[in-house]
Design a protein around this ligand. Structure first.
Ligand SMILES: Cc1cc2nc3c(=O)[nH]c(=O)nc-3n(C[C@H](O)[C@H](O)[C@H](O)COP(=O)(O)OP(=O)(O)OC[C@H]3O[C@@H](n4cnc5c(N)ncnc54)[C@H](O)[C@@H]3O)c2cc1C
Length: 456
């Protein structure tokens, strides 16, 4: 088996165990590798990942189906019939989706699995968003809990304007949503500040930024009669290098009225999140929850860490490498070359994402899947890729690889291209992932099926 970090060995020699190579370490690839390893523990399952920030764009919640048209979906499994017949949910079916969710629930300690209804979670834009699964740290913030809440923002986290969010939520909810903004203990010169604040809470040490050389570019932003440290003063909460948790509690405790729950920007620790949240809740005598922020998302990074822990437990080899070449023949993938060696995996799962990542590339001639050259379904005439108005349907957003019911990529005449190659996640075409808010659910169900079907 290959070296865990470098993938330097050549595994082209046949082995007795079935072997599966999963290309792409986003949510879909992780699920596919996990499903293969759990389905067939004797299989040699290898997940190829590149160091990127895909989970930084992940809210940490799992969307299955948030909307059909403009309408929020209450029970995703009941709404599948409203989707087009070739949608992956329709192709794979409710039972397969249920099985994929069960595997996720068993492998990761997430909430939401006790019901098939979507939960409603607040966003940092003051919206209410339907989600199928959410981490424990967001549970107390669900808006279905009919109880006032207080949001506490940090000066150093302008992505969450607590008053703005509270006003917007209060307009939609039958109870009070109060808000305050406090200065996080210590000095923070980085923006976005999430990773620094999370580390400060993990280590219980207030950050001490270098005000003389701030990471933020203040050139031109500092008035001539003000020095840099004065300009940075909103970012400095005192207590540099001292503890972070107690001073934060001291700033928040006097603000709490009768609210039994208090929400913070989602930076409450990365590696020691459970302890941080429990300590804050204990000291504030209130349930503590997080409101997800934009990238870099700390709950997204936690999800990635949990997935990798589950993969390691399941015996999956995680290799940091990328595909450099492939050899195909007789309708099969024969060999996959990496920078650090070659693989003759019996089955390959391609989970490299869509146009928002390197999974699909575009040039003057069209949109391409760059590794296997899979056919990408799009109208021939480029002017038909987008609708006539910004609000009309844009076929481009559904660009991706068409698959058969076994998730094998189809060529331009609708025939499976390779017997032993399956496609999972956002690379699967025909879905408007953002409008439906279904990217995670499709990644789950296609990843689960592709992983299961890749082992005998
Ligand atoms: C712009 C954006 C917004 C998003 N918004 C939300 C949101 O609001 N809520 C939410 O929950 N999730 C959100 N997500 C997360 C996303 O929708 C989910 O991750 C989804 O489940 C799709 O996952 P995927 O694994 O198919 O694709 P991706 O997450 O794109 O992962 C594909 C992975 O494959 C890797 N890869 C590509 N080519 C190669 C190669 N040759 N070799 C090795 N690796 C390769 C890529 O580097 C990447 O890591 C967002 C993602 C993006 C990009």
């Amino acid at each position: 088996m290959s070296d865990q970090q470098t993938g330097v060995e050549d595994t082209t020699a046949p082995t007795d165990s079935p072997s599966v190579l999963v290309v792409g370490g986003g949510f879909a690839g992780c699920v596919a590798a996990l499903a293969a390893a759990r389905e067939q523990p004797a299989a040699a399952v290898e997940l190829l990942v590149v160091a990127d920030d895909r989970f930084d764009a992940h809210s940490g919640t799992v969307d299955v189906l948030g909307y059909t048209g403009d309408e929020p979906v209450e029970v995703p499994l009941d709404a599948l019939g409203t989707l087009p017949a070739d949608h992956p949910y329709r192709q794979l079916g409710r039972d397969r989706l249920r099985a994929a969710l069960s595997m996720f629930d068993a492998a990761l300690d997430y909430r939401g699995g006790a019901t098939e209804r979507n939960a409603l979670a607040p966003t940092h834009a003051g919206r209410v968003r339907p989600v199928a699964r959410y981490p424990a740290g967001m549970a107390a913030g669900l808006v279905s809990r009919d109880e006032p809440m207080r949001l506490v923002g940090f000066e150093q986290t302008p992505d969450l304007d607590a008053s703005f969010v509270a006003d917007r939520l209060a307009a939609q909810l039958p109870y009070e949503v109060a808000a305050n903004t406090v200065t996080f203990p210590g000095t923070v010169t980085e923006y976005p500040s999430g990773p620094v604040l999370a580390a400060a809470l993990d280590e219980d040490e207030a950050p001490s930024g270098d005000v003389g050389q701030p990471d933020m570019d203040l050139a031109g932003a500092v008035p001539p009669d003000m020095d840099a440290s004065e300009a940075m003063s909103p970012m400095m909460g005192g207590d540099d290098g001292g503890p972070a948790r107690d001073p934060l509690v001291e700033r928040v405790r006097p603000l709490l009225d009768t609210e039994g729950r208090v929400g913070f920007p989602a930076v409450l620790g990365l590696t020691d999140h459970d302890t941080v949240r429990a300590e804050l809740a204990d000291a504030l005598h209130a349930d503590v929850f997080e409101v997800p922020l934009g990238p870099p998302s700390i709950p997204g990074r936690r999800l990635e860490r949990r997935l990798h822990a589950a993969l390691t437990d399941a015996g999956v080899t995680i290799t940091h490498d990328t595909v450099t070449d492939v050899e195909t023949g007789d309708g099969r993938v024969r060999r996959v070359s990496l920078s650090g060696g070659q693989r003759a995996a019996e089955s390959v799962v391609l989970a490299t994402g869509d146009l928002t990542g390197p999974g699909l590339t575009t040039d003057r001639t069209g949109i391409h899947e760059p590794i296997f050259g899979c056919h990408v379904e799009l109208p021939d005439d480029r002017s038909d890729w987008t609708g006539s108005t910004p609000l009309s349907e844009h076929p481009l957003v559904r660009a991706g690889v068409s698959v058969d019911t076994d998730l094998r990529p189809l060529d331009s005449s609708g025939r499976p291209e390779y017997d032993n190659l399956r496609v999972a996640g956002r690379l699967v075409g025909g879905v408007d992932y953002d409008a439906e808010q279904s990217a995670d659910g499709v990644a789950l169900v296609t990843g689960h099926a592709a992983g299961n079907w890749s082992v005998p």
